[in-house]
Design a protein around this ligand. Sequence first.
Ligand SMILES: Nc1ncnc2c1ncn2[C@@H]1O[C@H](COP(=O)(O)OP(=O)(O)OP(=O)(O)O)[C@@H](O)[C@H]1O
Ligand SMILES: [Mg+2]
Length: 338
Amino acid sequence: MAEKLLEIRKMTVGFVTDKGLVKATDQISIAVDKGQTVCLVGESGSGKSVTSLAIMRLIEYAGGIVVEGNIKFNGQDLAAAKQEEMRKIRGDRIAMIFQDPMSALNPVFTVGEQIAESLRLHQNKSPQEAMKMAIELLKLVGIPAPEIRVKQYPHELSGGMCQRIVIAIALACNPELLIADEPTTALDVTVQAQILDLLRKLQAELGMSILLITHDMGVAAEMADRIAVMYAGAIVEEGSVEEIFDHPSHPYTVGLLQSIPGFEGERGGELHTIRGSIPPIGQLPTGCRFNPRCPHAMDICRSQEPPSFMVADDHPAACWLFQDKPVQADDKDEVRQA
Ligand SMILES: Nc1ncnc2c1ncn2[C@@H]1O[C@H](COP(=O)(O)OP(=O)(O)OP(=O)(O)O)[C@@H](O)[C@H]1O
Ligand SMILES: [Mg+2]
């Protein structure tokens, strides 16, 4: 059996507001095996970035808290780790590419200095050694003339080059897990394809695991081994990339797939968007969180939140359409209590 590197179990992340604690994620479970790429997909506002910041325990700096659940990384529960321990793990064993890569680079330092800084901090390298390694890393991420580029400032490089630099910084310490939050959204389509190719190549070479966050099912199709579909703070469906694309079950997943150009869905490949919009946190409807937007909503959907039903092996979907299927083992306790 594949070895688990990251195992998030029933994690709830909340923000304290004047109306009390509001949940941005609701008991979510996600697992990433060693060497695997898991894509977390969902519309804007579904809680993807909150999830990644919680894994890194950076959510506290954004005013959030991990209210319940575990974040096991190689067996260690990060949800219970001290910030001092987290500082050692961040950028060393777990690296993150943030949603806005341009702002991740510091305009007043050369790219070489910024890569070398990470190496000095985590690996105790001398300035000379670190600069040499920075040049090697620029080569690794496919930057031509690295000896020249290493001395340049971010504003002297294109958006695609800057993104390669951000990846080089993330890889500087050879992380076991790379969390990439929409790493290609700001880039044009050709550069986007190059960066995705680069990530795939680096993963094969370095053997790291990747948690890739994207709102784009097309990107997930190219990159993922497994896909977790997030809606309004919950994982509503999860499965291998083949299962999700060949047998999408939750109506939300079906809607996301139908919004990919060229996808042959129920509506014969016609491009459409999911009607309505995602509710803001703290304002979930009663019953299934997707029911006001769902074309299949039934009475039970408006009154009772569905557990996850096993629509196939290793493929749960939280939707009452599948109530004849067995409930996911993890969810049984809650159903009994309900
Ligand atoms: N610091 C914060 N305080 C209060 N609410 C927040 C905070 N950060 C995020 N939220 C809320 O949590 C929800 C999830 O936000 P998140 O940024 O995780 O979405 P996302 O899935 O990453 O969206 P996008 O695709 O736009 O990046 C949103 O409703 C957002 O308004
Ligand atoms: Mg985000």
